[in-house]
Write a new protein. Structure first.
Length: 278
């Protein structure tokens, strides 16, 4: 939840089993006002993964909902919010970020690529973590660099969207560390990486910490031979949260992959004081 002094927004994901036309049978965005202190932005995906759309809803009773925004035949999407805008994140094979204003949700402000070059493999962006209206981190699962981006860039200024990058290629043998989730806390960006092997089998997962002021990595391991980051006990991490002064990393474990220890998933608790793990 991001607070801009006037409104708070909630970014939410609806799972693929939902039907897109639950509220209307038209592909035209509904008109009306979601008039509440809190709003939810919902990414809806068709049950057969053939389409997607975004809905806006009151996060307080009576939970009014307006849907059919940003309809698309592409379904691998996520949403993010900051201030007066929400963002559609197009993931594998889509590779772009689109911005919409809450006041005019049916109008596209801009859409910019999340790849350095059109010939690159999919960047598969997973998440946007906002530092301010002018700075956010784009977590890219399919490429070795986190992008530093300007979410307030003007329409038609594609070159101004990306403002920097942070290289995490040292964390995986095939140079793509599979960064899957990140959270901002007290001036640091905490990033978890699945670090899949070249055959997509699960390897040792890692936590890296980025100094937001300098966009450089902080050494939390203390052992130069192991790099700056911390090896995790769980495998296949996909979410990270902070409560108090502790970081909680959720790992899915071996999921669909045969072999390996099936109990290597779960929740790993990491102290932000000394990075001890339990």
């Amino acid at each position: 939840m991001n607070t801009n002094g006037l409104l708070s927004r909630v970014a939410t994901l609806c799972l693929a089993g939902l039907t897109l036309a639950a509220c209307t049978d038209s592909n035209t965005p509904q008109t009306g006002t979601i008039d509440a202190q809190y709003q939810a932005v919902i990414a809806g995906v068709a049950a057969d993964f053939s389409a997607s759309e975004i809905a806006l809803a009151n996060a307080q009773a009576p939970y009014d909902l307006l849907d059919n925004y940003a309809p698309s035949a592409e379904s691998d999407i996520r949403v993010a919010t900051f201030g007066d805008h929400f963002f559609r994140i197009g993931r594998f094979g889509i590779d772009n970020v689109s911005r919409y204003a809450f006041d005019t949700p049916s109008l596209l402000d801009w859409q910019y690529s999340t790849k350095d070059d059109a010939g690159d493999t999919s960047s598969n962006p997973y998440q946007m973590v906002f530092v301010s209206g002018q700075k956010a981190y784009l977590i890219r699962y399919g490429q070795p660099e986190i992008w530093v981006v300007n979410p307030s860039v003007d329409p038609g200024n594609a070159s101004g969207f990306k403002t920097g990058e942070i290289d995490l290629s040292a964390y995986d043998i095939d140079a793509s560390p599979n960064a899957s989730s990140a959270v901002l806390h007290n001036g640091n960006l905490y990033v978890v990486m699945q670090a899949l092997q070249s055959d997509y089998s699960y390897g040792t997962a890692y936590l890296a910490v980025i100094d937001v002021a300098t966009d450089t990595e902080i050494d939390i391991d203390g052992n130069p031979a192991n790099g700056n980051g911390m090896a995790l006990s769980i495998v296949n991490p996909w979410d990270v949260d902070i409560v108090g002064n502790d970081l909680y990393v959720t790992g899915m474990g071996y999921y669909y992959q045969s072999g390996g220890n099936p109990y290597n998933g779960g929740i790993e608790k990491i102290s932000l004081t000394d990075f001890s793990s339990s």
